[in-house]
Design a binder for this molecule. Structure first.
Ligand SMILES: Nc1nc2c(ncn2[C@@H]2O[C@H](COP(=O)(O)OP(=O)(O)O)[C@@H](O)[C@H]2O)c(=O)[nH]1
Ligand SMILES: [Mg+2]
Length: 439
């Protein structure tokens, strides 16, 4: 059997409580030297008592025992809750190590949960996503996968494939009873439907990615258009320096805000102009680079001045570079000299800012019902599965039915990479290495 592992499951630093988690066969016995009283504790009950180090009580706290098969890892597990000091929790961990546990590696608890079949690989990844979640949307998304939504869907695809394989077998083994023509027609029908459903899932990625990672917005424009004022307005504080001196902002400034639960990464940039100042030029280069990786560029025009050729040139650059952008006319409070922005705002008074928020949210894509994909690893697997099913569909139309089976097997395996059924150890290690210790 595997060894007993232990780690502090709560973050480093001071807090109300710290939790030391111990997992593996024999944890219950091992905890006898760590907690008192600890005679025949009932599983899933909290006990109040003394945390022990070298047999002496060092803190008062709680202990709970989970039996094998009904814990996060699937193994016998004990959790010790002490006060949330760095030193005291380290002492509790030390006591566990002295008693025979070994320090857990990064992600080892979750890896054990996966290897013991408590969660599938997509569920394990969702644990990491939940911990990393930076917005309400990201939390809800991770929660959906944690409760098995994605894994269930993948398994239902696999079960459809298995049904097709069985029907092929039957038509080969019992050609007199099962008409090949009928089998062929029903296979083609099922495969077409599956391809549609897979495509829908793949298409949900834009929305899923945005929910998980957020939207990147780059504010660009000529000096004094009001870019920094807009950044400050959107993040609700004086993040950037605002003056009427051209070239005030030279570096990239980054703020993350939440709009309707979605994380929005805002970048304020150096005003675009020819400048002899080397640092400012470097800032402008950074602005252009940032624009290229943004989901949307808000191109700000100072509407209180007549339209300028420089703005035209910059807009030409955005168009030629294929950058998704929207022209915003600022300073609506002091009149419009004819600039034709898609949105008119005043960064000074806040007028029109809700339109900006709505515009940013539109980039998040259409909200899709049901399961959303948010991981590139999953997308690659789904695309491979779809390609195999397409091959199977072509084969089903013209070839002997047993030729379809191989493509179906490939499709099943590609899907299994998401749940972890068919994934190799390297990839599993790589996924869990991204976790923190104690998870
Ligand atoms: N009247 C008015 N002034 C603004 C508005 N937005 C910015 N300003 C002023 O325009 C000047 C330049 O603003 P700033 O945000 O630093 O522009 P940036 O160079 O594009 O970052 C400052 O004096 C701001 O107070 C606005 O909506 N209305
Ligand atoms: Mg500025």
């Amino acid at each position: 059997m595997k060894d007993i592992i232990a780690a502090i499951a709560t973050p480093r630093g001071k807090g109300g409580v710290a939790i030391v988690r111990i997992s593996g066969e024999g944890s219950l016995e091992l905890a006898k030297g760590l907690f008192s009283p600890w005679e025949e504790p009932k599983p899933r009950y909290m006990y109040y008592g003394s945390l022990l180090c070298d047999g002496k009580g060092i803190d008062k706290g709680l202990a709970v025992y989970f039996e094998q098969g009904r814990s996060f890892t699937g193994e016998q597990t004990v959790e010790l809750h002490c006060h949330g000091g760095e030193r005291v929790s380290a002492l509790v961990l030390e006591a566990a190590i002295k008693a025979g546990a070994r320090p857990a590696e990064a992600g080892e608890f979750t890896k054990r949960a996966f290897l013991n079949g408590m969660i599938d690989l997509s569920g394990a990844e969702a644990v990491g996503d939940m911990i990393d979640a930076q917005s309400r949307a990201a939390v809800l998304l991770a929660g959906q996968s944690l409760s098995g939504g994605l894994g269930d869907m993948i398994r239902s695809f696999q079960s459809d494939i298995t049904d097709i394989l069985a029907s092929i077998e039957a038509s080969i083994d019992y050609p007199d009873e099962v008409s090949e023509q009928y089998t062929r027609a029903s296979i083609i029908n099922t495969l077409k439907q599956m391809e549609l459903r897979l495509s829908e899932l793949i298409d949900s990625y834009q929305y899923g990615r945005v929910r998980k990672e957020g939207i990147t917005v780059c504010i660009m424009g000529r000096p004094n258009a009001g870019k920094s004022s807009l950044l400050n307005r959107l993040c609700g504080r004086e993040s950037a320096i605002v003056t009427d001196i051209e070239g005030t902002t030279r570096d990239l400034l980054h703020e993350t805000v939440e709009i309707n639960g979605v994380a929005v990464h805002l970048y304020d940039t150096a005003g675009l102009r020819q400048s002899g100042d080397m640092i400012e030029q470097m800032g402008i280069e950074r602005a252009r680079k940032q624009a290229q990786s943004a989901d949307i560029v808000l191109y700000l025009i100072d509407g209180s001045n007549p339209p300028s050729v420089e703005d035209e040139r910059e807009l030409g650059w955005l168009r030629d570079s294929g950058i998704n952008h929207c022209v915003v006319t600022n300073k609506s409070d002091i009149g419009n000299m004819g600039a034709q922005g898609e949105i008119s705002i005043s960064a000074l008074t806040g007028d029109g800012i809700d339109d900006i928020r709505a515009l940013i949210l539109k980039c998040a894509g259409e909200a899709t019902e049901g399961i959303t994909i948010a991981s590139l690893r999953h997308i690659h697997a789904l695309e491979r599965a779809r390609a195999s099913l397409r091959d199977a569909l072509c084969a089903a139309e013209v070839m002997p039915l047993d030729c379809v089976s191989i493509d179906l097997h490939n499709g099943w395996e590609a899907l299994g990479e998401i749940t972890g059924q068919t994934v190799n150890e390297d990839i599993i290690d790589r996924i869990f290495a991204k976790f923190c210790v104690g998870k």
